[in-house]
Design a protein around this ligand. Structure first.
Ligand SMILES: [Fe+2]
Length: 210
């Protein structure tokens, strides 16, 4: 599954490309988004480490689900876990903002959905129509999103070390059962998603802190 690739420091990318009428914005990932948005971020060691940590969190979700005997309960909890992790990923790796450590505290974009959208970068930073809040897990994992327009709600981290700490906390929440009943809604979790978590890879090794 995709998250297992992260854990192995791999990043699958698409090779599709947007046409000229969609230069400013495209809902689905294309090569600009993946190779121009995501990949350069991976040269930052702290960000890359947070991505690997995210993959480890997903592996923990798979292991935990596999240990639940009741099939209905297994799928119910895993659906909620995947929804929570997808929302976390969306509001960080895809559409995250960062508060500059400089004295002016300026906002910067680091999410690839923003980096690969010339129009949305300015909108995310400057528009009065965007709500921007400090990144809080309890909000993010319960917050649905829509992919077909500029994002009206964005969350801010202080640094990539902060993001790493948040991913670690996310896994702690997962293991404590605090992601088993997140708010319903987008994104949908398909049977294919569930199968890839339960059967995609052999059981990964126990997670160790780097
Ligand atoms: Fe993406």
């Amino acid at each position: 599954m995709f998250f297992d690739c992260l854990r192995r420091r791999e990043f699958p990318t698409t090779i599709t490309i947007r046409d000229g009428a969609q230069l400013e914005y495209l809902p689905e990932p294309d090569i600009f988004h993946d190779v121009g948005g995501h990949v350069p971020m991976h040269t930052d060691p702290a960000f890359a480490q947070a991505l690997v940590r995210f993959g480890e969190c997903a592996a923990s979700a798979a292991r935990r689900a596999s240990s639940i005997a009741d099939e209905h309960e297994k799928l119910r909890r895993l659906t909620s876990n995947i929804r929570a992790m997808s929302r976390f990923f969306w509001f960080s790796v895809e559409f995250g903002l960062m508060r500059s450590a400089r004295s002016d505290g300026a906002l910067k974009v680091y999410g690839s959905g923003l980096l690969s959208s010339f129009g949305e970068i300015a909108y995310a930073i400057d528009s009065p129509d965007v709500q921007r809040f400090p990144f809080q897990i309890e909000w993010v994992v319960n917050q649905g999103f829509e992919i077909h327009h500029y994002q009206p709600l964005l969350y801010i981290v202080d640094s990539f070390d902060h993001l790493f700490a948040l991913v670690t906390e996310l896994e702690q929440w997962l293991l404590a059962g605090k992601l088993d009943n997140v708010a319903p809604g987008d994104p949908e979790v398909s049977e294919t998603d569930l199968a890839s978590f339960l059967h995609g890879d052999k059981a990964p090794p126990p997670v160790t802190q780097p």
